[in-house]
Design a protein around this ligand. Structure first.
Ligand SMILES: *[C@@H]1O[C@H](CO)[C@@H](O)[C@H](O)[C@H]1NC(C)=O
Ligand SMILES: *[C@@H]1O[C@H](CO)[C@@H](O)[C@H](O)[C@H]1NC(C)=O
Ligand SMILES: *[C@@H]1O[C@H](CO)[C@@H](O)[C@H](O)[C@H]1NC(C)=O
Length: 441
């Protein structure tokens, strides 16, 4: 528990310091432990209890718990001196306006929805840290001297649990959400628009397109997030600055063979899609562990250069997370096996090269096994680079905060790639983004 406190404190101080070096004079000596540590941690636990389920955390887009969470966050925003509102999609906003309101705004935020059986820090940490940092500016009177507006946004839907569509909240603000999203149904047949109406938010396609912020009115977007991975712990440091967010491709691969009786079809006469799928999955693992063995730096159509081989090797991760077979019976050779592939890397050209190589390997394996294989690309998102200027401010703020707190000189704050997509990905279509990630253990 003590380490939670310390890290949250460092984290919020970093935001406060970043906001104030960007926007006014820096925080000097006080670490405001009551606001940035005690109250912030208590709020994390309080928000962690706002759930639609008994015994675990679940807060999907516009569920009763997510509305309660939004209202709670609003009261915290108001307590920090922010002017608040909920927009036509359910995003909760809180803003401090400097005397000259026409300046560009710094946006801070994260998401208030959760996956099913979620951890309580995902999303919540970014929102609560940002509000806590602005509360410090309020109580010290610094918000009066802000040079730019600062706005915290608690995004309504990042996880996409309910409508299978991610980043609804931030995509709307960034202006990259198709208005047809309003008609997407959930499992019970209710559309996004129906659910909004149930919550007394009457949103039309026109309203939705008006949620887009004008790029000229925005200075940048900064998001703080837990790491959701093991790297920081392995290097023994509490937080890192994010260099970029990996691009991603999701593939559905269908293998069709010849369905048959497990007892009567001899091994030599089988066209078994299950073993073909197994071989494909294992070869995918080899490809993604050592891409440099498979992809040359001057490939046939020059699709990959030496730089992308290096960044590929350092960042490529591939996962088969879902598999289904037909007819799925213990005494039947399956007729069809379908599985998903999730490929992520910071290098977009390298990702294409991997998919090209994967497709060649698939043809070879499926030909040899006399099964038919079809690869469908379901989702593609390019990598996002974080802004060097915002990042260097975050780095020096984090460095200074750790030094002030612990007296320790940690040297350089690490810079990592983020393999998980966050609202910053959608916001990068609107403005430059910066991000800090932190260890929670
Ligand atoms: C702090 O917030 C309160 C509202 O909660 C507001 O009345 C006050 O003016 C704010 N102080 C500063 C310095 O902005
Ligand atoms: C949508 O736009 C209409 C017309 O401008 C307005 O009356 C209504 O309040 C808007 N709805 C929302 C949720 O903003
Ligand atoms: C307010 O900010 C705008 C944009 O930066 C600037 O053009 C304008 O001169 C400022 N107004 C005042 C009164 O400082």
């Amino acid at each position: 528990m003590a380490s939670h406190y310390t890290i949250i404190l460092i984290f919020s101080v970093s935001i406060a310091a970043t906001a104030s070096t960007l926007l006014s004079d820096g925080l000097k000596n006080d670490l405001f432990p009551e606001i940035l540590r005690d109250v912030a941690v208590a709020r994390l636990y309080e928000l962690g209890k706002v759930s639609d389920a008994d015994g675990y955390l679940e807060r999907t887009f516009l569920s009763p718990a997510s509305i309660r969470a939004g209202n709670l966050i609003r009261t915290w925003m108001e307590d920090a001196g922010l002017t608040t509102w909920m927009d036509g999609l359910g995003n909760v906003h809180g803003r401090i306006q400097p005397p000259n309101a026409s300046k560009k705004a710094l946006l801070l935020g994260s998401h208030l929805d959760t996956v099913v059986d979620a951890g309580m820090f995902d999303g919540a940490l970014g929102i609560i840290s940002a509000i806590s940092a602005l509360k410090v500016l309020n109580v010290t009177g610094r918000s009066r001297n802000l040079k730019h507006p600062v706005e915290v946004i608690a995004f309504c839907d990042e996880e996409g649990v309910r409508f299978q569509s991610t980043f609804l909240g931030s995509a709307a603000i960034a202006g990259v959400l198709p208005v047809s999203t309003l008609q997407i149904p959930d499992k019970s047949g209710l559309t996004v628009q129906n659910v909004l109406r149930e919550n007394l938010i009457d949103t039309t396609e026109e309203n939705l397109s008006q949620l887009k912020y004008d790029a000229d009115s925005v200075l940048g977007y900064v998001e703080v997030h837990i790491e959701q991975g093991p790297v920081l712990e392995s290097v023994g440091l509490p937080l890192a600055v994010v260099k970029g967010i990996a691009g991603q491709t999701r593939i559905k691969l269908t293998v069709r063979g010849s369905q048959g009786h497990a007892g009567t079809v001899p091994m030599s006469m089988r066209q078994d899609p299950m073993v073909a799928a197994a071989e494909l999955i294992v070869s995918l693992e080899s490809l993604c562990k050592r891409p440099q063995d498979y992809i040359s730096s001057n490939g046939p159509d020059g699709q990959c250069n030496a730089f992308s081989i290096k960044s590929l090797s350092g960042s490529l991760v591939c996962t088969v997370g879902e598999i289904s077979t037909w007819p799925s019976a213990s005494n039947v050779i399956p007729g069809q096996v379908t599985f998903t592939i999730d490929i992520r890397t910071i290098d977009d050209i390298g990702r294409e090269a991997i998919i090209y190589e994967l497709s060649n390997q698939m043809d070879t394996i499926c030909d040899r096994r006399s099964v038919s294989c079809i690869m469908e690309r379901k989702h593609d998102a390019n990598a996002v680079s974080c802004d060097a200027g915002l990042n260097s401010q975050l780095k020096s703020a984090a460095y200074a905060a750790i030094k002030r707190m612990t007296g320790e000189d940690i040297g350089d704050v690490p810079v990592l790639m983020s393999g998980a997509g966050h609202d910053a990905m959608a916001m990068s279509h609107l403005t430059k983004v910066g991000s800090l990630i932190r260890l929670l253990s």
